[in-house]
Design a protein around this ligand. Sequence first.
Ligand code: CP
Length: 360
Amino acid sequence: MPAGNRLSADDLTSRELGLMQSPNQPSAGRYPAGGLAFPHRDLTGIGQLARHEILYLLDEAEQWVDLNRQSKKKTDLLRGLTIINAFFENSTRTLLSFEIAGKRLGADVVNMHAAQSSVKKGETLIDTAMTINAMRADAIVIRHASSGAVRLIAEKVDCPVLNAGDGQHEHPTQALLDALAMRHALKLPIGSDLNGLKVTICGDILHSRVARSNILSLTALGADVRVCAPPALMPEEVDVMGVTPFYDFDAALKGANVVMMLRLQQERMSGQFIPSPREYRHLYGLTPERLAKAEPDAFIMHPGPMNRGVEIDSTVADHPTRSLITNQVEMGVAIRMACLEVLTRRTRQVPGWDAVGAAA
Ligand code: CP
């Protein structure tokens, strides 16, 4: 990667910079003052964020990476606040890490699993959201199988809403944690973007909210993004996504600094999109032989859950120095702490954050 071309938050215009922030913030002085640094009440998608707002969340997460590596991991910043994780779709990493994040910040965290809720008795999404709202949650984290469900709920409730993955639309905290994992792997300092980094995302691009959020985030951060999929799993709008599409995985890997593999999203497929898992692995699976086509030190990423032996081989997934898969999970807790802490600043009456929520 051409390090000389790399931009940082220091490249913001003077208008964007505004006044200096409190010096006890990790990103002090790099971003607009107070709530102007992140003027959104909700985090519904990367598509709503400016480049410097993405960088702001990454920089805020750095302090939580440090804290999480200590034996005592708890703060009381969010003491007295209630966070509800409402998951209408299965999750391991996202649910657990949001729960850990809220608890490490000192909040009371409650998980609502749709499978054990009155959703099973026919209650509508809006009625469920209004019920949670009436309990005076201070933040609601939502995962739902329908694209747009999180935005719909955000319009109905009185507190910040965080998207933990909605259908094929977005998974913003996944993209943020992925960018943070890349920044750490490359040993880039706070404030750095990913300018010039060649990232190949391969798999079921069509159905993947992880791909969508990562494309938005990585292109905003200056990465050169290639997406690779069988023709049936490539979105029609790929030409306007600011990425280079590939159908030949070997070609997509040439020169790649990072290879991000995605699973086949069988639960979102109606019909036959691939001939067989065996055929798919043959053409699009990341094997050691195929990884050799990328840069010699290329990093390997996967948001999980993985289907070993289909989109990725175990020797690649478990590579001791190049696989970032467990680093991604670690960064997930820090990013979710940053998002919860930043989005509750208005509620906590943090000076300068009283007007947050003016932007969508
Ligand atoms: N990456 C991700 O969203 O994983 P989970 O479905 O386990 O939360």
